[in-house]
Design a protein around this ligand. Sequence first.
Ligand SMILES: Cc1ncc(COP(=O)(O)O)c(C=O)c1O
Length: 411
Amino acid sequence: MDRTQFRSPRLTGSPSTTRPSIFLPEARPGIQAIEESLIRVIAQSAVGVEDVIGLWYGEPDAVTPAFITHAAKVALDRGETFYTANDGIPPLRAAIAEYQTRLGRASVTVDRIVVTSSGTHALNMACLALLSPGDRVVVPRPCWPNLVGIPSLSGTQVTGPSLRLVDGLWRLDLQELLAALTPQTRMVILNAPGNPTGWMLSRAEQEVILAHCRQHGIWILADDVYDRLVFSGGVAPSFLDLATPQDRVIAVNSFSKSWAMTGWRLGWLTVPHGLGPVLASMNEFVMSCAPGFVQEAGIVALRDGEPFVQGIVGHYREARDYVADRLGAVPGLSVPRAEGGMYAFFRVEGCRDSLTLARNLVHRAGVGLAPGRAFGREGEGYMRLCFAVGRERLEQACARIETYLATHGPN
Ligand SMILES: Cc1ncc(COP(=O)(O)O)c(C=O)c1O
């Protein structure tokens, strides 16, 4: 990875996101009650604090590679500053279909690809299209807070089994998941490799889940945004490899993680046959379309980005091992080796309040981690560190965590 372009992401926004207690007109109850993502809370708490190594978000500290940025500049210079199609420009949709086939996924026709303005937008599109108030949605936890927050926007009930650490790896108890997937369930959201744990689903597990969901008419929303960041090599198994074009399976993907494009806001959906045009029409009223010059950059990322993707996987694997070895040697810390993704999700023995610990680490140690509680109550007592950064910053961050814990302890 080209680290000459290294930079620390700029923090913007107001330091405090506390809501005012004076009377204000209220949003509808489900929206008014939304809890802020505690990842954002911690990042915002660092606005104005000098010298903080921010490892709270899931993004690298290196800017997007130049060959991708160049494609966007060329497109801008060509005048690509207009609205585009609701489901994306045809060459990008074709490039995505071709890319997925190249990865060895079952071949998907272009009419099943819908380009979105990020993975987050893709998840919102799927949930908006499929969920109604009162629907039951299942998501294994700990999980990225948005996987609970997004379906909750539709007034659904989100529940789910807990992942567990088995021999140092996060695992899903398949029987527990199947028991949660009753005929009353509308959707299961499965993110593997998962944020924050790095857990993975095997092909055999996916087969069992798909058969069960077929039987009960349950939608599978597969969040595949980390499918290239797999440390045993290759690409993660996807439900797309198993599903027919008629199955109730939607896969979400994004340019953010594999091509270091978090700020560009570009992603895509692969949907069953017939749903693409419906989502395209719906997108007119949601986002209308992704920017044309960003989509041009996406085409080049897919076409020329393979050496870059493979490079970052190698780099992240080394970073994962470095953090696991170094922090794993600190008394009281247990640091599982993630199978994929970009995070170390580690337990801090004796920590009862991960949010307070995260705040203290920002203000007293100069290091920003996401508190485990952000990922559900199962995550309390854990911290998430994004290791997609250069070695020097990682060493400094680990040193600061070690010194803080040795001096102050976990609470
Ligand atoms: C599990 C998961 N899904 C989806 C996303 C969305 O990524 P983006 O909206 O940047 O495409 C993220 C980002 O952190 C994620 O962790």
